[in-house]
Design a binder for this molecule. Structure first.
Ligand code: GDP
Ligand code: FO1
Length: 304
């Protein structure tokens, strides 16, 4: 079982999938374009969400960080005048220190993530989309800024003029990712942000070609004309896509074989019918583990 994931929508689906499939049989290729170095360590928000989910540690209220974490170091740094863009939990920071230590000793990101995930007890195969640094850069009126500056520091408020994946074209698909894709017939594109979660994964040089021949099942992260959460609307608009499942389908284009949209968008099914893939409707709103499991069941039924 192989999924492409960001850090909120797809982890909710993974929470359902793991009710049917053992963690050891799940591989997740995760976006790294929201990563950044902060206070001396590499923060990988989407990877950490997936690790913490499989380790049973995730704060599923926020879908980032560790449940019941404290923020003492973050507060102490702020009192000393060192402001961190992201509020880092103390236990979460321990993960960053361990992973960054491996990287400083010469490990690739893939190796560092694999070791960190097993130290924390996550049994799924969690693979960064690439080992080289890639960043989603957002162009606003004042210039071009990192995704985290746009979304967290500036609270997603500036008008967005464009998005680019800095470093993606010179990055390469890691061997572990190539192997994982080659051995699967199906690839699931989870309900993640098509611009800043799935977009960067597909932009890694050679990734799209590897996925093209597979049976791709994607789940829309948009219900009606709004994302369930996060900045997808502003970013899709800026990239010239309609904010709807139709727009998401256009982002993925010829990769799609099966596209799962929300049952509320039943009438969109007829708009999408001229495309070269099947459209399935389901309740895609995952507000509980039970609802995640119900959607996961629909997804599993679409696999070949
Ligand atoms: P990020 O890295 O935190 O941006 O996380 P993702 O890209 O994985 O997830 C963000 C996307 O998930 C947003 O576009 C949301 O609309 C979508 N999303 C979140 N929860 C749900 C849900 O329950 N159902 C669906 N269909 N989409 C969801
Ligand atoms: N998101 C926030 O909106 N505010 C935060 O203070 C914040 C801290 C944070 C710390 C660690 C981590 O792994 C993720 C964190 N996030 C935070 C989420 C992160 O910015 C995500 O990349 C975005 O929310 C969207 O994907």
């Amino acid at each position: 079982m192989l999924l492409l994931s960001g850090g909120t929508g797809t982890p909710k689906l993974l929470n359902g999938i793991r009710q049917y499939i053992p963690d050891e049989e799940i591989t997740v290729i995760v976006n790294t374009a929201e990563d950044l170095w902060m206070s001396g360590n590499l923060i990988c928000p989407d990877i950490d969400t997936v690790i913490y989910l499989f380790a049973g540690m995730l704060d599923t209220g926020k879908w980032w960080g560790i449940k019941q974490d404290t923020f003492n170091t973050h507060k102490a740094l702020r009192m000393a005048g060192h402001n961190e863009i992201l509020q880092l939990g103390d236990q979460d920071r321990a993960t960053h220190i361990i992973r960054s230590g491996f990287i400083r000793q010469g490990a690739s990101l893939s190796e560092a993530v694999s070791k960190t995930a097993s130290m924390l007890g996550a049994k799924a195969n969690i693979l960064p989309m690439c080992d080289e640094p890639v960043s989603s850069m957002i162009t606003v009126r004042e210039g071009t800024i990192h995704f985290q500056e746009f979304w967290v520091e500036k609270a997603g408020k500036p008008d967005v003029l464009g998005v680019e994946y800095q470093g993606a074209q010179t990055a390469s698909v890691p061997e572990a990712v190539k192997k994982a894709i080659k051995r699967e017939s199906n690839i699931i594109i989870g309900p993640s942000n098509p611009i800043t979660s799935i977009g960067p994964i597909l932009a890694v040089k050679g990734m799209r070609e590897l996925i093209l021949s597979k049976h791709v099942v994607a789940i829309s992260p948009i219900i009606g004309y709004e994302p369930v959460s996060g900045p997808a609307a502003k970013l899709m608009n800026a990239c010239g896509y309609e904010v709807s499942s139709w727009g998401v389908a256009q982002c993925y284009g010829d990769l799609l074989d099966i596209f799962i949209i929300d049952e509320q968008d039943m009438e969109m099914k007829s708009n999408i019918k001229n495309m070269d893939f099947a459209v399935i409707t389901a309740d895609t709103m995952m507000t509980s583990p039970k609802k995640s499991a119900a959607l996961a069941r629909v997804v599993l039924q679409q696999l070949i």
